[in-house]
Ligand binder design. Structure first.
Ligand code: FES
Ligand SMILES: [Fe+2]
Length: 388
């Protein structure tokens, strides 16, 4: 269950070099990615028209993707360019996928190629013109054996930090502070602010990194935003208590954006591109490495939970799950996805309309504030609710 008429991150740009193709399944489609002689990246089906060998097992020669079995040379449009001792004009083409390199990632459109508009690729402020010098970014990639929506649930409900990440970013105040969830068109926002608390270990490290007292009370914020098809960007940070929290002046806070580009591989596996873009000490490469290492360790704590959760859901697909107030962000994000998928499957087969990440016009104007208080504890079947 994923939209296909959307831009997904298929790879980090440096995963695809000049000589070796990369094989990667995206939204169920096996792709071979490579760079031509000019360094431009391309993606075609990972299928050789000759005998069906995976093209990703081949190599790159003069900009063409050469099959590693009998030497067929594939062009970027999915048509065979040459093959030793053969006339190739009648060879059936394979599917070529729209691909754009931007923001340090290779973005692929697995749906209808005619609808792919590069202007709809999610904007990333840390590489925006005029802003890049103010930012530092470090990140990585995990393969996770779980439905990509479980990761969206995870990132849109950070109460789990108290338990899963108790030694780094978790603290009891997260659990004790209610969050507010809003739906603005296709964008879902869950916001939590904690006041006058002591920063947990990860943020103490960040405070030291910007020369602030790591033991003084702080205001901490977490603003999780879901953008379809599967991007979650989280504004996080701490500021000296009483200086305005999220709006505190730069010298009084350490803040960052947690970057999560989540790409379905199959119905029950995903590629998880994670990272952190920060606005403090942007030229401190050692700090970037330290944060990347710490964040990688924190996110790896989620993986066992999600993979074991997926195993349970697969084993007992009919068992009911609860939708609690803390699940509002994930539940609302799933509703957006359901709308996108329904639209794709409609007889007119139109492209999604959302702003970020998809082709089409502006996002819907409706704003819905989702209540977070009260006994909204509704058992639901996995097929229609949290586990779907
Ligand atoms: S299978 Fe690719 S050239 Fe034969
Ligand atoms: Fe987590």
């Amino acid at each position: 269950m994923f939209p296909k008429n959307a831009w997904y991150v298929a790879a980090m740009a440096d995963e695809v070099g000049a000589e070796r193709p990369l094989g990667r399944r995206i939204c169920g489609a096996p792709l071979a990615l490579w760079r031509d002689a000019q360094g431009v990246a391309h993606a075609v089906e990972d299928w050789c028209p000759h005998r069906g060998a995976p093209l990703s097992l081949g190599r790159v020669c003069d900009g063409a993707l050469v099959c590693g079995y009998h030497g067929l040379a594939m062009g970027c449009d999915g048509r065979t360019v040459a093959m030793p001792g053969q006339r190739v004009r009648g060879f059936p083409p394979v599917r070529a996928f729209p691909l754009v390199e931007r923001h340090g990632f290779l973005w692929v459109w697995p749906g209808e190629a005619a609808l792919a508009d590069p202007a709809a690729i999610h904007d990333c402020p840390w590489t925006a013109p005029g802003h890049a010098d103010d930012w530092a970014f470090g990140g990585g990639l995990f393969h996770v054996k779980a439905d990509y929506r479980l990761m969206i649930d995870n990132l849109m409900d950070l109460t789990h930090e108290t338990y899963v990440h108790a030694g780094s970013i978790g603290q009891k105040e997260i659990d004790e502070t209610p969050c507010e969830t809003r739906v603005d068109g296709d964008v879902v926002t869950t916001r939590r602010e904690m006041h006058g608390i002591i920063a947990p270990p990860f943020w103490q490290m960040a405070l030291r990194g910007v020369g602030l007292d790591d033991q003084a009370p702080v205001d901490r914020w977490q603003i999780c935003q879901f953008y379809p098809p599967s991007h979650v960007l989280i504004e996080v940070g701490v500021a000296q208590a009483g200086r305005g929290g999220f709006d505190a002046p730069p010298e009084a806070k350490a803040s960052a954006v947690v970057v999560d580009f989540i790409t379905p591989e199959t119905e029950t596996t995903m590629w998880y591109f994670w990272g952190m873009a920060r606005r403090f000490a942007p030229r401190d490469a050692a700090l970037t490495a330290q944060i990347r290492e710490g964040q990688g360790r924190i996110f790896s704590e989620d993986i066992e939970m999600l993979e074991r959760q997926q195993a349970n859901l697969s084993a007992w697909p009919e068992r009911a799950l609860l939708k609690l107030n803390i699940d509002a962000g994930g539940v609302q994000s799933r509703r957006v996805l359901e709308r996108w998928i329904a639209r794709e499957q409609a007889p007119d087969g139109g492209a999604p309309r959302a702003g970020a990440g998809a082709a089409g016009g502006p996002a819907e104007a409706a704003v819905v504030a989702v209540p977070v208080a009260g006994p909204a504890q509704v058992p639901v079947r996995q097929a229609g609710g949290v586990g779907a």
